[in-house]
Design a binder for this molecule. Structure first.
Ligand code: ATP
Length: 340
């Protein structure tokens, strides 16, 4: 039976990279019935609709899974980020971002293999902000809850256990932020006690950033609160070759959205020049999530081979291929592996 999946192509390079990703998924022979929603974000606002139309939420609630391209957020004005709204409305509390060196991609380090687990719904992104006009003071509340901390740290340990990972590092700033980061650290230590088979340590965020750009190979799973996790995941994306190849997933108890770490890249949109690898790798995570493990492995293997052989790569990776040429070459390899 076909899997029902919501497809949000998004804007900027979104439609190009989602089309490329579908070509590759089709080549893997996975039967998917896509529920596509193109009117979202700025496109929806221009048509007098909410930036996050209710039919999009209804679709994801019904399918349980979405593949999503980037959706532009206006800076400093306009509507609240659709990306943030989706995570909060669907309670997608775990943002998972693997950063793994691909063979053939030139980076300062050869064997980075780590995953960032970012709490996705609270902390400084809780949306509790005020501005006192008279005093000219702005405040943002970094709300950390016991429940929110417990579930993200447990999610990280469960993921580590399932994927044979050996170590979890909790990133915090509990020396200064004694209440918020302090609570996250205390809960982290309590949860870690339930997983004696997995090594646990904690690190102060600033020292961790320095260590990550010097010895990334020492890290395995890193769990943190929303803002620290956001910054850490871009930092570690840089360690393995940048935004063109870094995948991501937003997972809750009932729903999950798979999307690349990069944004809508307006500077290269519409030119058939974007690297679709990040969304394709996000789709690999999605296929694992829906139980299509053989197809996920076939795509992963084909991506690794293409990079190892430095064949048909896009401009950001030093190649000359367009988005669609990359997708077609990858699809050929995937069909070869799956026999489809
Ligand atoms: P946002 O605020 O939505 O994150 P941004 O402009 O800060 O947007 P991106 O849209 O991710 O960030 O783009 C940052 C840079 O990386 C741009 O120069 C863009 O062209 C490049 N880039 C991002 N994604 C890709 C991709 N898939 N392929 C090639 N280059 C990319």
């Amino acid at each position: 039976m076909a899997h029902s999946i919501t497809l949000l192509p998004g804007d900027g390079i979104g439609p190009e990279v989602t089309k490329a990703t579908r070509t590759v998924i089709d080549a893997a022979g996975v039967d998917i019935s896509w529920d596509r929603h193109r009117v979202i974000g700025q496109t929806a606002v221009e048509r007098g609709r909410p930036a996050l139309p209710p039919d999009v939420i209804d679709s994801i609630k019904s399918t349980g899974v979405a593949l999503k391209g980037p959706i532009t957020t206006p800076v400093g004005k306009g509507f609240t980020s659709v990306n943030v709204q989706l995570r909060q409305r669907l309670d997608l509390y775990a943002n998972v971002r693997p950063c793994i060196t691909l063979p053939g991609v030139e980076t300062p380090f050869e064997d980075t293999d780590l995953i960032i687990f970012r709490e996705n719904t609270e902390g400084l992104y809780s949306g509790i902000e005020t501005y006192d006009e008279r005093l000219e003071i702005a405040d943002s509340i970094a709300r950390i809850t016991k429940r929110g901390s417990e579930r993200i740290v447990r999610f990280c340990f469960e993921y580590a256990k399932e994927h044979g990972r050996e170590r979890v590092t909790l990133a915090h700033k509990a020396n200064i932020l004694k209440k918020t980061s302090g609570l996250f650290l205390d809960i982290g230590r309590e949860v870690a006690a339930d997983y004696p088979e997995i090594d646990f340590d904690d690190a102060i965020i600033d020292a961790l950033c320095m260590n990550l750009v010097m010895y990334p190979e020492e890290y395995d799973c890193i769990v943190s609160t929303n803002l620290f996790g956001d910054i850490l995941s871009d930092l570690t994306a840089g360690l393995v070759g940048g935004l063109g190849i870094t995948a991501g997933a937003n997972i809750g108890n009932d729903h999950a959205i798979f999307e690349a770490v990069h944004g809508s890249a307006p500077d290269i949109a519409g030119q058939n020049a974007a690297n679709p690898t990040a969304l394709i790798q996000s789709a690999v995570m999605m296929l694992e999530h829906i139980g299509e493990v053989a197809a996920a492995n076939a795509i992963n293997q084909a991506v690794t081979e293409m990079y190892r052989e430095e064949e048909t790569l896009t401009a950001d990776m030093g190649g000359e291929a367009s988005t669609s040429e990359f997708a077609e070459a990858l699809a050929d390899r995937v069909s070869h592996h799956t026999g489809s």
